[in-house]
Write a protein that binds this ligand. Structure first.
Ligand SMILES: Nc1ncnc2c1ncn2[C@@H]1O[C@H](COP(=O)(O)OP(=O)(O)OP(=O)(O)O)[C@@H](O)[C@H]1O
Length: 589
C-alpha cells in the first residue's frame, strides 16, 4: 500500500533531467495554449454560415462589419475561415509536438545516461542480484513510459486543462443553464476515473515486474545459446521463455481489459450529458429562445468540454503507467549500494614496498564466511602463486585487492595504507587484472587491448600484443588487430581470448598484475603460449597468480596455499611448487 501511494510522486524522478530542458517544455506548453485558443474559435464559422448565411439572421453587434455581404459570399467566407483555423490549428500542433517531444527525447537521453552512470558505479553485490536483462528493460521500456508521462503532462494535460477552463467560461457566458445540464455527468465521471486510475496503477506495476523478468530470462538464455544448443536444451529454453512470456501476456491482457473497460463507460456517460443538452437546447430552439446556430455552438463546445474531460481521465491512466515505471527507474537512480570513497580519499600509494592482507574477514552472504582471519604479504617485485581447492576464495582475494568489494573485517594495505581510505579509482590503477573469464568487449582486438590503458598508443598496443603472444594468431584474423571480436570475443578460441586479456594487462602501466587461472582449460600447447605470454608481461612487476597449473606455478617465487576459513594462508618455498598436486591431495592445508 505504501509502495502504491509513492507512485505518483515518483514521476519526479525525471525532475533533474527535466530542469535542463524546461525552456523547450515551456515553449511547447505556450504553443499548446495558443493552439487551444485557435481551437476555441473553430465552431464560430459554422454558426455564421447557419444563422446568417443560410438562416438570414441580420448581422449586428460585433459582426456588424459584415452587414451587406451577400449570403453566398458569407458562406464562402465561413468555409474559408474554417479551413484557415484548421490549418493554423494543425501547424501549431505540429510545432508543439516537435518542441515538446524533442525535449522529452532529450530528457530520456539524460535520464538513461544518469541511470547508466549510476549502474556502472553500483557495487558488484547489487549487480550480482540484478539481472542484466531486467536492468536493460528499466533503461529502455521504463524510461520510455516515464517520458510518456512527461509528454502527456506537457501536451495533453495543459491543453486539456486550458480547453476545459476556456470552454467553461464561454459556455457560462453563453448559456449557464445548458452548461449546468451538460456538467451533471462530470462528477460521476471523475469518481469513476479515480477508481480506474488505482486499478491501472496496480496492474501496471505487475506488468512491468513481469516484463522485467522476461527481459532477464531472455538475455540469460540468449547469452548462453551455446550451452543451450550444446546440451540440446532448446526445448527447455523455449519452455522457460514461453512460461515467462505467458506470464507477461496474462498480466498485459489483464491491463488491456482494465483499460478497455473504461472507454465505453466514459463515452456512454458523456453521451448522456450531450443527449440531455440536445433535448433541453432543442426545446429552447423550438420555443424560439435560441437559434439553431447557437445550439450548434453549444453542442460543439460541449464536445470540446468533454474532450478534455475524457483526455484528463486518459491522462490519469498514462500517469499511472508512468508512475509504475518511474518507481523502477528510481530504484536504479537512488540505489546507494556502492563501494564509496570517503571525502578527501587519498591516492593509493605507488606500491614500492608491499601489499598486505591483515586479519581479513569477508562474506558475500550473511552467515557464509569466505575468508576469515586471512593474512598474506606480497613484497614489491615478488611473484606469488595462490592455490587451494575450488570455491575456497582465491578469486575473492583478487576482488578484495581491487576493492570491488569491501572487507568485512581486517585490512588490505598497499605500502602500509588501508585501501579503504584510498580513492577506488587510484587503487584499481595499481593493478592490471586478468580475470578467469577474459571479459572481452564487442570491439576490435586493438580496442580490447587498449582497454587496459586509455593512454596507450597504437605502438603500445602492438608491443603488448607481441609480448602476450597475440602475434602468433593475429595474422589468421581477417583484419589483424582491427578484427572485430563479436560479443564476448566469440570469434576466438579460449587460449586466444586469454592472450588478448594478458595483452590488456601488459599494456597497462600498473605495478602489479593479478592473474586468475589464466591457463585453465587450455591444451598444453596453448597453455605453454599463455605461460610464455605471462612471463613476458610480468617482468619487473609484482604478481599475484591464481592457478592449478604446475608449469605456471613454477614461475612464482612463492606458493601460498589458501586454507579453509579459520586457518591462516600458508606460504611455501618455490622449490616445493613441483609438488603442488600432492599437497592439494593432502587437503589444501
Ligand atoms: N558474487 C558472489 N555472490 C555470492 N557468493 C559468491 C560470489 N562469488 C563467489 N561466491 C562464493 O564465494 C566462495 C569463494 O569463491 P571464489 O570464486 O573466490 O573461489 P575460488 O577459490 O576462486 O574458486 P575456483 O578455484 O573454483 O575459481 C565460493 O563458495 C562461491 O560460491
Amino acid at each position: 500500500m505504501v509502495e502504491r501511494m509513492k507512485v505518483p510522486l515518483s514521476l519526479s524522478v525525471a525532475g533533474p533531467s527535466v530542469r535542463s530542458h524546461t525552456p523547450a517544455l515551456a515553449a511547447g506548453a505556450i504553443l499548446v495554449v495558443v493552439q487551444v485558443g485557435v481551437a476555441l474559435l473553430r465552431p464560430w464559422p459554422l454558426a455564421l454560415a447557419v444563422d446568417y448565411a443560410l438562416g438570414g439572421k441580420p448581422l449586428s453587434g460585433h459582426l456588424g462589419f459584415l452587414a451587406g455581404v451577400e449570403p453566398a459570399k458569407l458562406l464562402i467566407l465561413a468555409a474559408g475561415a474554417t479551413v484557415v483555423l484548421t490549418t493554423v490549428d494543425g501547424l501549431l500542433e505540429m510545432a508543439t509536438v516537435r518542441t515538446a517531444e524533442g525535449a522529452a527525447e532529450r530528457i530520456g537521453a539524460s535520464l538513461r545516461a544518469a541511470m547508466f552512470e549510476r549502474a556502472m558505479t553500483r557495487s558488484l553485490r547489487w549487480h550480482d542480484r540484478m539481472r542484466s536483462g531486467e536492468l536493460v528493460s528499466r533503461f529502455t521500456t521504463d524510461v520510455g513510459r516515464v517520458l510518456d508521462g512527461v509528454i502527456a503532462i506537457t501536451i495533453s494535460f495543459l491543453p486539456d486543462a486550458v480547453m476545459l477552463v476556456g470552454v467553461l467560461v464561454l459556455l457560462l457566458a453563453f448559456d449557464p443553464g445548458l452548461l449546468l445540464i451538460g456538467l451533471t455527468v462530470v462528477p460521476v465521471l471523475a469518481g469513476l476515473a479515480v477508481r480506474q486510475r488505482a486499478r491501472i496503477r496496480a496492474v501496471e506495476q505487475d506488468a512491468r515486474a513481469e516484463s522485467g523478468r522476461l527481459a532477464g530470462t531472455t538475455t540469460d538464455l540468449l547469452r548462453n545459446v551455446r550451452a543451450v544448443q550444446a546440451f540440446a536444451r532448446t526445448d527447455h529454453a523455449t519452455g522457460e521463455f514461453g512460461k515467462q512470456n505467458q506470464a507477461v501476456l496474462d498480466v498485459e491482457l489483464r491491463a488491456v481489459r482494465v483499460d478497455a473497460r473504461w472507454t465505453p463507460v466514459a463515452d456512454v456517460l458523456l453521451a448522456i450529458g450531450s443527449a440531455l443538452v440536445l433535448v433541453v437546447g432543442g426545446m429552447h430552439v423550438l420555443a424560439g429562445a435560441m437559434s439553431i446556430g447557437q445550439l450548434l455552438v453549444v453542442t460543439a463546445y460541449l464536445r470540446d468540454l468533454y474532450s478534455p474531460v475524457r483526455g484528463l481521465t486518459r491522462l490519469s491512466a498514462v500517469l499511472a503507467k508512468a508512475g509504475a515505471s518511474a518507481t523502477r527507474v528510481q530504484d536504479v537512480l537512488e540505489c546507494d549500494e556502492a563501494v564509496t570513497d570517503r571525502p578527501g580519499a587519498w591516492t593509493a600509494p605507488p606500491l614500492i614496498q608491499d601489499v598486505r592482507f591483515e586479519k581479513v574477514g569477508f562474506r558475500y552472504e550473511p552467515g557464509q564466511p569466505v575468508l576469515e582471519d586471512f593474512n598474506l604479504r606480497i613484497a614489491a617485485g615478488e611473484t606469488v602463486c595462490l592455490i587451494g581447492p575450488s570455491g575456497i576464495g582465491k578469486s575473492t582475494v583478487l576482488h578484495l585487492l581491487l576493492r570491488l568489494y569491501e572487507v568485512n573485517t581486517g585490512r588490505v594495505l598497499i605500502d602500509g595504507v588501508n585501501v579503504r581510505y584510498c580513492a577506488q579509482q587510484t587503487v584499481r590503477n595499481r593493478f592490471a587484472y586478468v580475470p578467469q573469464d577474459p571479459w572481452l568487449l564487442d570491439a576490435t582486438v586493438a580496442e580490447n587491448i587498449a582497454f587496459g590503458n586509455p593512454a596507450a598508443t597504437r605502438a603500445d598496443v602492438l608491443e603488448a600484443g607481441r609480448t602476450a603472444q597475440v602475434d602468433e594468431f593475429i595474422g589468421r584474423l581477417p583484419h589483424g588487430y582491427d578484427t572485430s571480436l563479436g560479443e564476448g570475443g566469440v570469434r576466438l578460441s579460449g587460449g586466444q581470448r586469454r592472450r588478448i586479456a594478458i595483452a590488456r594487462a601488459a599494456v597497462s602501466t600498473a605495478p602489479m598484475l593479478l592473474l586468475d587461472e589464466p591457463t585453465a582449460s587450455l591444451d598444453p600447447r596453448s597453455a605453454a603460449s599463455v605461460v610464455k605470454a605471462i612471463q613476458a608481461a610480468t617482468q619487473h612487476r609484482t604478481v599475484l597468480l591464481v592457478t592449478h597449473d604446475q608449469h605456471l606455478a613454477a614461475i612464482a617465487d612463492r606458493v601460498v596455499n589458501l586454507a579453509r576459513p579459520g586457518s591462516t594462508a600458508r606460504a611455501s618455498k618455490p622449490e616445493i611448487t613441483a609438488d603442488l598436486k600432492q599437497r592439494e591431495k593432502r587437503g589444501g592445508g
